[in-house]
Design a protein around this ligand. Structure first.
Ligand code: RB5
Length: 146
């Protein structure tokens, strides 16, 4: 899968370490920054990365900041994006099964790297259930125009 990754300084280290995991799992990684641990502003990286997912250049996105909240707010303002901020494996699984989430966000200051790895794996391997959820997901885009 082609995966867009993005972070600010707070998520930089997790992003760098997760890139290795994603490559080991056979994915192609497109890194939208940041590119150093220096203080930075998450919209600068989350917005272009979210556009890459919304426009179909990348199939999924994984965005990290201190809490995951800032990058998720940015991502959910981009057409075609369904971002889920997940603190647990169960949330990551349900975000795929019920919401067909195409962007995963989380906070490097809130969860351990070990948990982040499990969340990422489940997010990437879980399929959308479709069925009754299909109609609801379609309505997100129809009603919001996004
Ligand atoms: C940076 O200090 C922090 O505010 C940012 O990483 C993020 O948590 C915002 O939502």
């Amino acid at each position: 899968m082609k995966i867009a990754v993005a972070s600010d300084h707070a998520g930089f280290e997790y992003k760098e370490r997760l890139k290795e995991l994603l490559k080991e799992l056979g994915h192609e990684v497109v890194d939208f920054g940041c590119f150093s641990p220096d203080s930075s502003d998450y919209p600068d990286f989350a917005y272009p990365a979210a556009k890459a997912v919304g426009e179909g250049e990348c199939e999924r996105g994984i965005f990290i900041c201190g809490t995951g909240i800032g990058v998720s707010i940015v991502a959910n303002k981009v057409k075609g994006v369904r971002a889920a901020n997940c603190c647990s494996v169960e949330e990551a699984k349900l975000s795929r099964q019920h919401n067909n989430a195409n962007v995963l966000t989380f906070g490097a200051r809130l969860i351990s790297f070990e948990l982040a790895k499990e969340i990422v794996k489940v997010f990437l391997e879980t399929e959308f259930e479709g069925g009754r959820h299909e109609r609801r997901v379609e309505k997100i885009h129809k009603l919001t125009g996004l």
